[in-house]
Structure formats: structure tokens, C-alpha cells
Design a protein around this ligand. Structure first.
Ligand SMILES: C[S@@+](CC[C@H](N)C(=O)[O-])C[C@H]1O[C@@H](n2cnc3c(N)ncnc32)[C@H](O)[C@@H]1O
Length: 233
């Protein structure tokens, strides 16, 4: 988990938070719920910019790290499954980014299309329920171009963080594999993950099923890894 948190912090720094803040402000957002907040650094950046933020993640290690490293008066974290958040009421914006949605549909070596489709649809319905009328939903997933080309290479060299890896997408089996080897502060590590390949069209279909018909793909210069999909409730 630590490697994923460091990778995310390396890829999504202040410039990303600034662009995301601008997008949120354009839609009158003051309160943000992040579903799958991981180590919390993006939400922390938003809290510093004046947004009132709540982050939920069902990984105890991620929430523990967020509470240790990224606290702010505008921000609280909950160790929670995002499917179990009715008591949180509604926010101006719900964000689920860094390809977090694919985690809910991961499977342990066996492909179960039905389970994955239900998990994605159920999650998007939950996000919609947590939004006020007129609120902004921000999601991301593997881009159409990366799906078409079958995958991409990953090369990250920033400070003492180095990673070389690849993604491989198989549309027929809906399989997305990510693997890489790297070094943090001179310590070697390896990352391997397998998840259900969610297409932008899957997400758009689920959004429309929730009655969210204003759907578009904002382009953020600082988001080269995933396709962003936004919708208004
Ligand atoms: C790929 S990580 C991205 C984390 C963070 N958004 C970032 O970009 O650094 C996905 C996160 O979603 C969390 N997650 C997946 N399914 C979840 C669920 N149903 N409820 C809460 N958290 C979930 C995982 O624990 C993990 O921290």
C-alpha cells in the first residue's frame, strides 16, 4: 500500500490539486466527499484551498496513513466502505479518482462479469445518492485510447522515487493488469495488480441509469493517466 500512496503523491501534486480546485469552483462546489481517498493527499490539498472535505476508504492502512500525515481542520477521514455512507448526507461534489472504481470490481483471479457490473452500477448509484441536486460527480477510468492500444508503459522518476512498469488491457476478458518494479529511497519494490477493465462507456451507462444525463470529459493537463468523466445530478 505504501508504494501506491507514494506513487499517487508523485503523480498528483499541487498542480493537479490546483486544476481540480478550479474545476470544482466552476461548479460552485464547497463540500467534497472523496470515495476511495487512499492516503488523503489530494483531499488535503483541497482542504487547504478552503473546501470542506470528507474522505472514506475501506483500507485501514490508508486511513491510518491519512490521519497521520494529512490532517487539516477542513478535513476528516472515515474508515468505511463507500457503499455504506447514507449517514453522510449529501455534498456539492463526490469524487472517486485514481482509478479507484476499478478496485471495487476486482476479482481474485476469476472473472465474474455480473459481480463486477453490479459493483460498478451500485457504486455509481451510491455516489449519486451522496450528491445534492445540481452537484458534481467526478470519476475516472482507463482511457478509450489506452484500451484501444492494449496498454501503456509507466515510467516515473521523481526525487528518490523510480518506477518502470506497464499496463495491459484485454477488452475481450475485461482484464486490466498493472505491474512494475521500482525503488523508493534506495529500497526495491514490486507492484502487481489485476482488476476488471472498466470502459468510459460502462460509466456513462451507469450515470444515465441514475438519471445523470449531463456527462462530459473534462481535460486536465495534469491528468495524463486516466480519462475523467464528470456528471451533474
Ligand atoms: C487505486 S487507489 C486510489 C486512492 C486515491 N484515490 C489516490 O488516487 O491516491 C483505490 C482506493 O480505493 C479504495 N477502495 C476501493 N473500493 C472501496 C470501497 N468500496 N469503499 C471504500 N474504499 C474503497 C482502496 O482501499 C484504495 O485506497
Amino acid at each position: 500500500m505504501t508504494e501506491w500512496i507514494t506513487l499517487s503523491e508523485t503523480l498528483y501534486g499541487e498542480a493537479y490539486v490546483d486544476e481540480l480546485s478550479d474545476l470544482l469552483r466552476q461548479h460552485d462546489v464547497k463540500t467534497v466527499l472523496e470515495c476511495g481517498c487512499g492516503g488523503g493527499h489530494v483531499l488535503y490539498g483541497l482542504a487547504k484551498q478552503g473546501f470542506s472535505c470528507v474522505g472514506v476508504d475501506d483500507c485501514a492502512e490508508a486511513i491510518e496513513s491519512a490521519n497521520r500525515r494529512y490532517t487539516h481542520p477542513n478535513l476528516r477521514y472515515l474508515h468505511r466502505n463507500w457503499l455504506d455512507t447514507p449517514d453522510l448526507g449529501t455534498s456539492d461534489s463526490v469524487i472517486c479518482r485514481g482509478n479507484s472504481l476499478s478496485c471495487v470490481a476486482s476479482w481474485d483471479g476469476r472473472l465474474d462479469h455480473k459481480k463486477a457490473e453490479d459493483a460498478i452500477r451500485g457504486s455509481i448509484k451510491c455516489f449519486s445518492d451522496r450528491l445534492r441536486e445540481g452537484g458534481l460527480l467526478y470519476l475516472d477510468t482507463t482511457s478509450e485510447s489506452e484500451i484501444q492500444s492494449g496498454g501503456r508503459t509507466i515510467q516515473v522518476d521523481s526525487g528518490s522515487f523510480h518506477l518502470t512498469g506497464r499496463t495491459k488491457n484485454e477488452l475481450e476478458t475485461r482484464t486490466r493488469r498493472t505491474w512494475g518494479d521500482g525503488e523508493i529511497d534506495g529500497e526495491r519494490f514490486s507492484v502487481r495488480s489485476i482488476s476488471y477493465l472498466i470502459t468510459p462507456d460502462d460509466i456513462i451507462g451507469s450515470l444515465q441509469a441514475c438519471g445523470m444525463h449531463t456527462v462530459w470529459n473534462p481535460h486536465l493537463r495534469t491528468e495524463p493517466n486516466y480519462q475523467i468523466i464528470c456528471a451533474i445530478k
